[in-house]
Design a protein around this ligand. Structure first.
Ligand code: AMP
Length: 215
């Protein structure tokens, strides 16, 4: 099964992906995570994209499609979940071509809709385990034991450099210009399912599961 999670920064794509990966064995392909790993390891690619990411801008379609092609073969599990990709019409078209050449197709695109005002609070309160990247939130999604990651037991947490209010406003502008049109693109293909992501994490989780179980 191939699923795409679509929505603005802070809508909960990463949190729901994490849940499907841990509890349902999905492969989770997040282009943002892949790029952050490149930046941390100071690879050529990491050095190239670091400033773009810090500024909240999009990395080029060419680089993104290359990374996806390299990672597509991890798809031996029950399902593969794409989080934060595609983000432009060029990426969506390129992705379709790559999948087609492998005899595959997207089963569903889940669009996490949420008012912009809620996103500020979600982004400003979020933090990650420094070791495994697991996402938490100061109010809505704290680790079960304070200071200890539920997943790996790590005890150091970090905040993303681009999770500031100023960067969020820029990321939202870019999202509406480049990514929002994908909603109609996938609606026309009749594979788009909208979930109201301003509901509680558990309620959203239930809706995501009902989508998966319907396949
Ligand atoms: P994310 O973790 O999905 O919020 O992505 C973090 C940053 O990585 C974005 O703000 C972009 O700079 C870059 N990025 C991740 N995925 C993509 C993509 N599909 N297209 C362009 N840039 C991306």
């Amino acid at each position: 099964m191939i699923l795409v999670f679509l929505g603005p920064p802070g809508c909960g794509k990463g949190t729901q992906s994490q849940f499907l990966r841990q509890e349902y064995g999905f492969s989770h392909l997040s282009t943002g995570d892949m790029l952050r790993t490149e930046v941390e390891s100071k690879s050529d690619l990491g050095l190239k994209v670091s400033e773009t990411m810090k500024a909240g801008l999009y990395v080029s379609d060419e680089i993104i499609l290359d990374i996806i092609k390299k990672n597509l073969d991890q798809s031996q599990t029950r399902g593969v979940l794409f989080d934060g990709f595609p983000r432009t019409l060029v990426q969506a078209q390129g992705f379709e071509n790559v999948l087609e050449s492998q005899g595959k197709k997207i089963d569903f695109v889940v669009y996490f809709s949420i008012p912009d005002a809620v996103l500020v609070e979600r982004i400003i309160g979020r933090f990650n385990c420094a070791k495994c990247g697991c996402v938490y939130h100061e109010k809505n999604n704290k680790p079960r034991v304070e200071g200890i990651c539920d997943t790996c037991g790590g005890n150091r947490f970090v905040r993303r450099e681009d999770d500031t209010e100023e960067s969020l406003q820029k990321r939202l502008r870019i999202y509406y210009e480049n990514t929002y049109p994908l909603i109609d693109f996938y609606k026309n293909k009749e594979i788009l399912i909208e979930i109201d992501s301003s509901q509680s994490l558990d309620r959203v989780k239930e809706r995501v599961l009902s989508v998966i179980n319907s396949v």
